[in-house]
Design a protein around this ligand. Structure first.
Ligand SMILES: [Zn+2]
Length: 609
């Protein structure tokens, strides 16, 4: 068993943009979901009305328990306890805990429900029953970490034992259930590994490894083998983005528990490829329906990029964040957290309406209008989990060092090893140019304190109590100060976000340019159709964009020679406006155009092999 290198410490509260955004969920969406009746109805009055209705309760529980951990809100605690009791009361004697009628469960139709329609509209029954159990296990086991209760663990055992009876050795093939060669069903891996971690019972580890065998024996899935061979993420399970990444989450836990390097290598190769080819300037994983994959939520080749035709599914944002956060815990490496943070600040916030209730299912980087909806859908239940997980990782401990992870404003109480006082981080991040860290009520202690500066931000000065401090950047990308700390110590940090341009190649040899300031992607706020504009990519970004406003959260840049203004991407899409994030590149030299075309061809050649 490999322990995580980086261990989170609980915070008391977040403030600034992070605090505003996570509070919208905690004060509004959390209750909108809880009071809808939709979370528990499908279990109490089987069958439910929607094939994957059962996922919402587990997702809600995961995010709600992390919300409670920060706020200590008694009302959230009671609402969770009541939902858990009601859910447990619906478990059947054989362990079944889904929302289907008895003829449609995975027990009754273990290899049916190979339903091809991911939108689910024509689906009357079958197909998503394992998926519900995956989220029940996830939600209940997370809840039980903070509210220990053997009855909950027993309910999880019973669910898993039933799944083993149906899909364990000598049983049905789990990849013949669900969608896209079973890639939706094998997301169960992570939840089964959570149960193994909780109980230490070998039967669950054996079942997880048996599921991996089923994955590898199905040529349409074969996720591990494909990654190890350098194959494309466009292939396994048709490259279904959300579910493919959720399978990698299972591999991370398998690696931690077995120390089998193949799992680790498969995850890292998958992560590198997704980052290199399938992540937008907003941090959103993009997908597109093509002949070779058949669904808008499937990864596509670079040569099929078009900023008006691709999609970012909210569930992909959340799962990409989870993948990065778990890799960060494993290694303490800043680059994973940089990615999770970028996705949160841009793509995920871009999906969230500021009324606290509505969310987009999809966004498209260049879209004339947003599609916010109060409806309960998979994405709006996934994205709060990403927000809460990031909040749960603002401060931690690694190799005896206090690790401040990103310099966003928060307060936390400190354990004995860090002098048992508290820490307050004050800043306007992702805006502004300075952060102050104050240590209060501290018994004098020597320890290393490290901090991470968000991506594309240059550190300028670090002072402790007004004097320049000796700072080293360690090999995980954190800056560290090693000294004796005492009550009232103040660390002042200044920095500046870099203005950057990004070239994105796409279909028919076209290329686009996008812009960012520090970790924030920039976009034009558009109403209806936009005027075509092509950017000259041969001139430096400082000559393309001119700052016209920089005051707190109000940041505006104008594209020189036009009246087009760019604002932070997450602010651009509203009820009345859409976004233009990518601008066509013009005036390209023949050499540049050939180089981009060659790079795209090379990428796709590698992907196809
Ligand atoms: Zn979704």
């Amino acid at each position: 068993m490999i322990e995580n290198s980086w261990q989170p410490l609980p915070i008391q509260r977040e403030s600034g943009l992070l605090g505003e955004r996570v509070s919208l969920w905690r004060n509004h969406r959390l209750w909108h979901m809880a009071e809808s009746g939709y979370l528990i109805d499908g279990f109490e009055k089987r069958p439910g009305v929607h094939p994957w209705q059962g996922e919402h309760l587990g997702k809600w529980l995961h995010a709600a328990v992390l919300a409670w951990r920060v706020t200590g809100d008694e009302k959230i605690k009671q609402e969770m306890a009541s939902n858990v009791e009601r859910l447990l009361a619906t478990q059947l004697p054989d362990g079944y805990l889904g929302t289907y009628d008895s003829e449609s469960t995975f027990v009754a139709m273990p290899e049916r429900g190979a339903v091809q329609d991911d939108v689910g509209k024509t689906l009357k029954r079958g197909g998503w029953d394992i998926w519900t159990h995956r989220y029940n296990l996830y939600g209940l086991l997370t809840y039980e970490q903070y509210f220990p209760d053997e009855r909950i663990v027993d309910a999880c055992r019973k669910m898993a034992d039933l799944l083993i009876r149906v899909y364990g050795e000598g049983g049905s093939d789990i990849t013949h259930y669900g969608t896209r060669e079973g890639i939706s069903s094998t997301t169960l891996l992570e939840s089964i590994m959570m149960l193994y971690e909780r109980t230490g019972e070998n039967a669950y580890l054996e079942f997880a490894e048996y599921m991996v065998e089923a994955i590898e024996n199905n040529p349409g899935h074969e996720l591990m083998g494909t990654m190890l061979d350098g194959g494309s993420v466009v292939k396994p399970g048709d490259g279904k983005g959300y579910q493919l990444m959720a399978n990698l989450l299972g591999f991370i836990r398998l690696f931690r528990c077995t120390e089998d390097q193949r799992y680790h290598e498969a995850v890292i190769k998958g992560w590198e490829q997704i980052l290199d080819k399938h992540i937008l300037v907003t941090g959103g994983p993009w997908t597109r329906k093509m002949e070779y994959n058949g669904n808008v939520e499937c990864f596509a080749y670079t040569a099929d990029f078009d900023p008006k035709k691709i999609y970012v599914e909210g569930c992909c944002d959340a799962t990409w964040m989870q993948l990065n956060i778990h890799l960060f815990e494993l290694t303490g490496d800043a680059r994973y957290m940089d990615e999770a943070e970028k996705t949160l600040l841009n793509s995920l916030y871009g999906h969230q309406h500021d009324d606290g209730i509505k969310w987009c299912y999809y966004t498209t980087p260049n879209q004339s209008a947003m599609e916010f909806t109060p409806r309960l859908h998979c994405c709006a239940s996934s994205m709060p989990r990403g927000m809460e997980m990031l909040s749960a990782h603002l401060i931690g401990e690694i190799d005896g060092a206090m690790s401040i992870n990103g310099l966003f404003p928060f307060t936390a109480e400190l354990p004995d090893q860090f002098g048992e006082g508290s820490v307050a981080v004050e800043s306007d991040l992702p805006f502004g140019s300075s952060t102050t860290i104050t240590l209060q009520g501290l018994a004098a202690k020597s320890f290393r304190l490290e901090f991470r500066v968000p991506s594309s931000i240059d550190l300028e000065t670090v002072k402790v109590n007004g004097d320049d401090a000796a700072v080293n950047k360690n090999d995980r990308g954190f800056y560290e100060i090693n000294r004796s700390w005492e009550e009232g110590d103040v660390i002042d940090i200044t920095y500046a976000g870099r203005l950057e341009s990004h070239i994105q190649a796409g279909e028919e040899g076209k290329a686009w340019m996008a812009f960012s300031l520090g970790p924030l992607a920039l976009a034009e706020q558009v109403k209806g159709d936009t005027q075509p504009l092509s950017i000259d990519c041969s001139i430096p970004v400082e000559s393309i964009l001119r700052s016209v406003e920089s005051d707190g959260q109000n940041i505006r840049y104008r594209i020189e020679g036009t009246d087009i203004e760019l604002v932070p991407y997450y602010q651009a899409g509203t009820d009345a406006t859409g976004t233009r994030t990518y601008f066509r590149v013009g005036n390209m030299s023949k050499e540049d155009a050939d180089a981009i075309a060659e790079a795209v061809a090379e990428r796709d050649r590698l992907s196809v092999e």
